[in-house]
Design a protein around this ligand. Structure first.
Ligand code: AKG
Length: 264
């Protein structure tokens, strides 16, 4: 990655758009999601998708993505989670202003989230909006007192008083990705288009970052060395929808929800 891109990430708290896949490749990966949905039902916001499907594993280890992640986190990279975030066509689902790391229970912020578009994510379909520079002051106060069934976030958590005039929209064509820091304030509006908005959210951490809320979280080394061994080792999918892998993922999904779905 040219030095200017890394500088841009450090300054803004995000990088967008980055070309990863061709449109045709993105469509192929979209079909993988939809085939799996056809077989096992909705996949929106479920954790650890790379352990049950080959497509998200291939994407989370894509050299074009890891090259950028390495510039941000360094040579040692753990894949922490993969999850599809799907807004159906013409639906009110939205994401309130928040910072990812607020409820993740991590003891450091050497973390980066990638959002890879598998369909068009633009202003009409509810692409992400980011507040440039909002990552520099760390955690802001989040309010969880207003549950909203249309809010994608587990706790409808939100930061109040964000000046939306400062927001930058991050439109992505299928196959493009954005990268954002865990303290970057971001949100997204409903999908007002006639197509589904499908993104794969891929979260990476540096191996020295610990999960402090509950034991038993797992991760997968995707580059370099893990000298810390804080996480249970994951097995990536070698075929799609293996029954043992489905069962394992279900348990980890519950653990993930107990961690990320609870304040404190
Ligand atoms: O998919 C969206 O609209 C929001 C995603 C998000 O909040 C994230 O990737 O951290």
């Amino acid at each position: 990655m040219p030095v200017t891109l890394k500088n841009g990430y450090d300054k803004l708290g995000f990088l967008s758009p980055v070309d990863v896949l061709s449109k045709k490749q993105a469509l192929r990966h979209r079909r993988c999601v939809q085939d799996a949905e056809y077989q096992i039902g909705p996949l929106h916001y479920k954790a650890k998708m790379h352990t049950i499907l080959r497509s998200p594993y291939q994407l989370a280890t894509h050299p074009a993505i890891l090259a950028v992640v390495e510039q941000i986190l360094g040579a040692d990279i753990l894949l922490y989670n993969t999850t599809y975030i799907i807004k159906e066509a013409n639906t009110p689902a939205h994401v309130s202003w928040h910072q990812d790391l607020t409820y993740w229970g991590l003891d450091g912020d050497e973390q980066v989230s990638v959002w890879l578009a598998l369909s068009l994510a633009d202003e009409q379909s509810g692409c992400m909006r980011m507040i440039p520079g909002s990552h520099v002051n760390g955690q802001m106060k989040h309010d969880t007192s207003h549950q909203d069934e249309n809010n994608v976030l587990f706790q409808s958590q939100q930061v109040h008083g964000v000046n939306e005039q400062d927001a930058m929209y991050c439109p992505l064509r299928p196959g493009q990705a954005s990268f954002h820091h865990g303290w970057t304030l971001h949100s997204s509006l409903p999908n007002r288009s006639h197509d589904r908005r499908i993104g794969l959210n891929i979260q990476y951490i540096a191996p020295h970052v610990r999960q402090t809320k509950l034991p038993g979280y797992s991760a997968l080394l995707v580059r370099g060395t893990d000298r810390f061994h804080y996480y249970e080792k994951e097995i990536p999918a070698t075929c799609d929808l293996d029954p043992a892998a489905l069962n394992w993922r279900e348990q980890k999904d519950q653990l993930h929800f107990r961690i990320a779905g609870n304040a404190g």
